[in-house]
Write a protein that binds this ligand. Structure first.
Ligand code: AMP
Ligand code: GLY
Length: 421
């Protein structure tokens, strides 16, 4: 079959890498793609957030299956346009994507389904929001309701920070996303993510992972899109998984179906776990980036079969074949990220690295210029390895990093520290 993947990050490189290994894939196009993806698939350029443009491309190129990587096209309803045109598509409808696009909506679903999560209140008025913060005190968490590229959450350890966050959000710092805010109880515990395929009715978990959001070693410094990840996440014990499934995931999927907005795609659930009890932090309606890289490393070619079963509504007959393995990915970013950074520096040494089922460098912000790979973004490479143990995966990933010659880049040196300590 002919397959189209939408997106351009390390997540989409990993998806493309897994899909290409499956004999069902005759041709793969990724839009817009990047320099790493261009080595294994055709790349195309058009506006991936424009539903009619995506549908025309699909029709002109006889595409049989579309996988939507990032949240923006999902929130824009691209999956709805594709399905209306009869195209088999992996990814939720615009209504179902509200689980990521509106934090207030997710809270409403938690209330209706009894899923454990932080206590909260919603406000569209700054003064009322501030009065609420003053009665609750700190620590407290202030969230812009809408999509804010991962920057719309302020975990305030003191009241002044929380009040400032209200001024920023209602002052337009996140555009329309901040016109409403959710103010939440601060939850303590250890965070982990769980990825569950849903076909509207049936659910199939495909792995746990832990991300590293802070830019610096020891989880210090500014928040980023994610500096590294590993799978599985030991904090997601069998007991936690069972509770998360019974108390949070299944009730959510049932509530969405009841509301006439069945969830089809991957549900990325973030939990805070304390004393063996998971509580929902957030849902995302797509694979995590860089979490997807470690999941794809572990799933390989079967990822395509599983995504097809999701889109076709046959997840009840699907099954994941697990190897008892571990994977780690370490993000290399341009110096200065997540603040300002230079673009255009050359990255050397990549050609000498192995590219196989145990070791892969997935590209994020890269382009090819005059035969060289150059950095074009903040997060640039995802150096990824699989192993029999997490330590083994970690050793392989950092051994590859040692061979990459990119003075303008940096990486965290402690990915996996919680699980390895
Ligand atoms: P989100 O964008 O919703 O993933 O939030 C970003 C990060 O903020 C999460 O990964 C958590 O580390 C933190 N966070 C969000 N909500 C809470 C909460 N209620 N209590 C503690 N930390 C939170
Ligand atoms: N790595 C966090 C995210 O994809 O949202």
């Amino acid at each position: 079959m002919n397959i189209l993947i939408l997106g351009s990050g390390g997540r989409e490189h990993a998806l493309a890498w897994a899909v290409m290994q499956n004999p069902k894939c005759d041709k793969l196009i990724v839009a817009p793609g990047n320099a790493g993806i261009a080595k294994i698939a055709e790349c195309a350029s058009f506006d991936i957030n424009d539903g009619p443009a995506v549908v025309s491309f699909v029709e002109e190129n006889a595409i049989d299956f579309v996988v939507i990587g990032p949240e923006a096209p999902l929130a824009a309803g691209v999956a709805d346009d594709l399905r209306a045109a009869g195209v088999l598509t992996f990814g939720p409808s615009k209504l179902a994507a509200q689980l990521e696009a509106s934090k207030g909506f997710t809270k409403e679903i938690c209330d209706a389904s009894g899923a454990p999560t932080a206590d909260y209140a919603r406000f569209d008025d700054a003064e009322k929001a501030k009065a609420y913060i003053r009665t609750q005190g700190a620590p407290i968490v202030v969230k812009a309701d809408g999509l804010a590229a991962g920057k719309g959450v302020i975990v305030a350890m003191d009241e002044a920070t929380a009040l400032d966050a209200i001024d920023d959000m209602f002052g337009g710092a996140f555009g329309g996303a901040g016109a409403e805010v959710v103010i939440e109880e601060f939850m303590e515990g250890e965070e982990a993510s769980w990825f569950i395929l849903c076909d509207g009715e049936n659910v199939l978990p495909i792995g746990t992972a832990q991300d590293h959001k802070r830019v610096g070693d020891g989880d210090t410094g500014l928040n980023t899109g994610g500096m590294g990840a590993y799978s599985p996440a030991p904090v997601m014990t069998d007991g936690v998984i069972q509770k998360a499934m019974d108390e949070i995931v299944k009730p959510t999927v049932k509530e969405m179906a009841k509301r006439g907005m069945p969830y089809q795609g991957v549900l990325y659930a973030g939990f805070m776990i304390k004393d063996g009890q998971p509580r929902l932090v957030e849902y995302n309606c797509r694979f995590g980036d860089p979490e997807c890289q470690v999941l794809m490393m572990r799933l390989g070619a079967q990822a395509l079969d599983l995504m097809l079963a999701t889109a076709e509504g046959t997840l009840d007959q699907a099954k994941v074949n697990w190897a008892d393995d571990h994977a780690m990915t370490v993000v290399m970013a341009a110096k200065g990220y997540p603040g300002t950074y230079e673009k255009g520096s050359a990255i050397k040494g990549l050609d000498a690295l192995p590219e196989d089922s145990m070791n892969m460098v997935f590209h994020a912000g890269t382009a090819e210029k005059d035969g060289q790979i150059v950095a074009t973004g903040g997060r640039v490479l995802n150096v990824t390895a699989r192993g029999d143990s997490l330590q083994d995966a970690r050793d392989r990933a950092y051994a590859m990093i040692d061979q990459i010659d990119w003075p303008e880049g940096f990486n965290r040196s402690d990915i996996g520290w919680r699980a390895l300590k």
